[in-house]
Write a protein that binds this ligand. Structure first.
Ligand SMILES: O=C1C[C@@H](c2ccc(O)c(O)c2)Oc2cc(O)cc(O)c21
Ligand SMILES: O=C(O)CCC(=O)C(=O)O
Ligand SMILES: [Fe+2]
Length: 360
């Protein structure tokens, strides 16, 4: 799609075929049929090291990580005013004219910027989303030329936001380290020099939302992700390999926290890395801001704790870069297999049609 954005397609009556997904991948649950299965945990009292509230909070977090690998946090200490400024500026970015957004176009291998209708590697079907991404930590790796200069105030607000989210993520990783019977810093140390990347997802309203996805089913690759979503709804998770899905209830000012593949491996599979996706709707656009906390690319990935009676879920330590590469190529193989299976079914259908025709 040259020099154009998704927003232009949002007013059409039907969906372009490049966004239409196989029936098996289409949404099974409505974007606004909210579930209360995901715990909403207040962090009030978490800093009171010897207080009883801290141990209750830790227990709630650990239970949620063992069950879904997803929970929501409120009373997290990130200033409500900062959250509302961040959301306002992010919305304003996506409202800019296409040419302004495309000044930050990421195609051509640039690191950070704006992408329209990205699709996952090896996929042909496009996601119904626009996104803006930039790398915030380590600070020395920041490339401010890839951070938008509009709307005004953007850089100062996003810097503050990423700093506060780094603090919150480290606090949550402390709780998980302790739950594994390790020192508080164990998980952050395993990340070596923690990377942070922010992805702002904008999902315009969609003419035929039942045929497509805003963001296809995936797990996040990193340690932990903090997601700020608006009140529209659309984040869905599954814990039975896609048979059933739930839509996460939006909670004003809350962060949805989910563990990624790295967090899953480090806990030897004890903490889940839930498959999730974003569905879209025809009534309103939706905005979400995902902050990914990842280990450094050359950090070693291997379980930090293997409990008695358990076997390691990895054969050998590998780097995070290698872990990411292997997961990507596994996903690619799966996509290829699915494509082949589909083609074979189509062929079988054609053959049987021919037989039916002969017999008719
Ligand atoms: O865009 C995303 C979302 C997500 C993700 C989706 C699909 C994948 O195959 C995947 O590996 C990740 O998390 C991300 C994490 C990243 O580091 C970059 C991304 O673009 C995304
Ligand atoms: O927009 C959402 O609700 C999900 C976003 C997400 O999963 C991601 O950016 O990795
Ligand atoms: Fe995700």
């Amino acid at each position: 799609m040259a020099r154009s954005t998704l927003t232009a397609l949002a007013n059409e009556k039907t969906l372009q075929t490049s966004f239409i997904r196989d029936e098996k991948e289409r949404p099974k649950v409505a974007y606004n049929k909210f579930s209360d299965e995901i715990s909403v945990i207040s962090l009030q009292g978490i800093d009171d090291i010897n207080g009883s509230r801290r141990s209750e909070i830790c227990e709630e977090i650990v239970n949620a990580c063992e069950d879904w690998g997803v929970f929501q946090v409120i009373d997290h200490g990130v200033d409500a005013e900062l959250i509302s400024q961040m959301t306002k500026l992010a919305k304003e970015f996506f409202e800019l004219p296409p040419d302004e957004k495309l000044r930050f176009d990421m195609s051509g291998g640039k690191k950070g910027g704006f992408i329209v209708s990205s699709h996952l590697q090896g996929e042909v079907v496009q996601d119904w989303r626009e996104l803006l991404t930039y790398f915030t930590y380590p600070i020395r790796a920041r490339d401010y030329s890839r951070w938008p200069d509009k709307p005004q105030g953007w850089i100062a607000v996003t810097e503050k936001y990423s700093e506060k989210l780094m603090d919150l993520a480290c606090k949550l990783l402390e709780v998980l380290s302790e739950a594994m019977g390790l020192e508080k810093e164990a998980l952050t140390k395993a990340c070596v020099d923690m990377d942070q990347k922010v992805i702002i997802n904008f999902y315009p309203k969609c003419p035929e939302p039942d045929l497509t996805l805003g963001l296809k089913r995936h797990t996040d690759p990193g340690t932990i992700t903090l997601l700020l979503q608006d009140q529209v709804g659309g984040l869905q998770a599954t814990k039975d390999n896609g048979k059933t899905w739930i839509t996460v209830q939006p909670v004003e000012g809350a962060f949805v926290v989910n563990l990624g593949d790295h967090g899953h491996y480090l806990s030897n599979g004890r903490f889940k890395n839930a498959d999730h996706q974003a569905v879209v709707n025809s009534n309103s656009s939706r905005l979400s801001i995902a902050t990914f906390q990842n280990p450094a690319p050359d950090a070693k990935v291997y379980p930090l704790k293997i409990r008695e009676g358990e076997k390691a879920i990895m054969d050998e330590p590998i780097t995070f870069a290698e872990m990411y590469r292997r997961n990507m190529s596994k996903n690619l193989d799966l996509t290829r297999l699915k494509k082949q299976a589909k083609e074979q079914t189509e062929e079988a259908k054609l053959e049987s049609k021919t037989i039916e025709d002969i017999l008719a």
